[in-house]
Design a protein around this ligand. Structure first.
Ligand SMILES: [Zn+2]
Length: 370
């Protein structure tokens, strides 16, 4: 998460900005400063505006307001989510739009329909407001005034944003609308698979169109949609197959723990013998840390006899309880990029949940949803 920066909080939700946005804001400003196409009612771009300082100032302003509009689009989704009791951990603005990290994606088609629709609706309303304001400004200041250009261009861009997000492909809102629509008539996993198949067909068409026209942006979006569709399908399948399964059902127990005084040579022997890649470290009945094969590998072989587990183990621990949902544990592991979590019950260590335990559980449970 270090690649994004928190820029503020709205409705209690931290809004983060991915660092690539700086380049995109500059790129958008640059393209608006270098474009000028006129029709009878609108001028696209500030290319004809003089002097250059004014041209660049308005181009930059337009790019910044556009990103505020993307943020409002995301807040539209979040507002409906919050009102229906779904937590939003954060909103991250990327260069192609935003992503609201929901604590859980609702498995309720009518709610998903409302949530997916809220974002494009915000963009559509913003688009109309800017277009109307632009028309007013034109009648006072004329069509070529930078303010007229900015307002009407913002109006168009918001309408394009709306249309783009309504493409029936994950992770676009249109993909979610489509899934919700299917989910009224069939099981959720099947609905997701069908919506994701349509997304992939779309991505392929976009890719071919991009190749034919040598449009780099289109190729990029096609790739993004294809990956997004596959990931959404996988994530839904996993979270559904783990439904109702708790950490207790799949954790490894009893656990073998080791003492912080053990040397790394002894630890290596133990790992070879047990074929375990990590151990909890206990001292007088209390969990002190976790040590894994990665910690061991950080120490040169000739220094391992003189180094103790207590010196290399991870002391910052994320704990889970046996009654926690397996799907939650998996999310925690993915977010924190860790492979095993100690399972604590009333202050005592009762088990270890490793990524291998989860993978095994997912494979076994997947049979239930097919
Ligand atoms: Zn959206």
């Amino acid at each position: 998460m270090s690649s994004s920066l928190e820029i503020g909080r709205i409705m209690g939700i931290p809004v983060r900005m991915h660092w690539t946005i700086i380049f995109i804001v500059l790129f958008i400003a640059w393209s608006f400063a270098n474009t000028s196409q006129a029709t009878s009612s609108i001028i696209y771009g500030f290319g004809g505006v003089e002097p250059a300082e004014v041209r660049w100032l308005f181009s930059l302003l337009l790019a910044l307001i556009l990103f505020a509009c993307v943020a409002l689009h995301e807040l539209g989704h979040s507002y409906i989510a919050l009102r229906n009791g779904i937590g939003i951990k954060s909103i991250t603005l990327y260069f192609f739009g935003g992503v609201a990290a929901m604590e859980e994606i609702p498995r309720n088609p009518s709610l998903e329909l409302k949530m997916a629709f809220a974002g494009p609706a915000v963009s559509g309303i913003l688009g109309l407001i800017f277009l109307l304001a632009g028309r007013e400004t034109v009648s006072y200041l004329g069509i070529s005034h930078p303010l007229s250009i900015m307002l009407s261009n913002l109006g168009l861009m918001n309408l394009i944003l709306m249309a783009f997000n309504l493409l029936p492909a994950f992770p676009m809102d249109g993909g979610r609308l489509l899934r919700a629509w299917f989910a009224f008539h069939m099981p959720y996993v099947k609905a997701t698979r069908r919506a994701s198949d349509i997304g992939k067909i779309f991505a392929t068409l976009m890719f071919l169109l991009g190749l034919a026209s040598l449009n780099f942006m289109l190729l990029f979006v096609a790739f993004f949609v294809y990956v997004g569709a596959s990931e959404e399908e996988k994530a839904t399948e996993i979270s559904i197959s783990l439904e109702g399964i708790t950490v207790r059902d799949i954790m490894s127990s009893p656990v073998e723990s080791i003492s912080p005084d053990m040397t790394l040579d002894e630890l290596k022997e133990l790992m070879f013998r047990d074929k375990h890649r990590g151990y909890p470290v206990m001292e007088s009945g209390k969990l002190q840390g976790m040590v894994t094969i990665t910690d061991l590998q950080k120490v040169a072989p000739e220094r391992r006899a003189g180094t103790r587990v207590g010196e290399v183990m991870a002391r910052e621990l994320y704990l889970i309880a046996p009654e926690d949902e397996a799907a939650t544990a998996m999310k925690t592991m993915n977010e924190l990029q860790i492979r095993r979590l100690p399972v604590m019950d009333g202050g005592g260590l009762v088990g270890i949940l490793s990524r291998e335990d989860l993978v095994r559980a997912i494979e076994l449970c997947r049979e239930r949803v097919h």
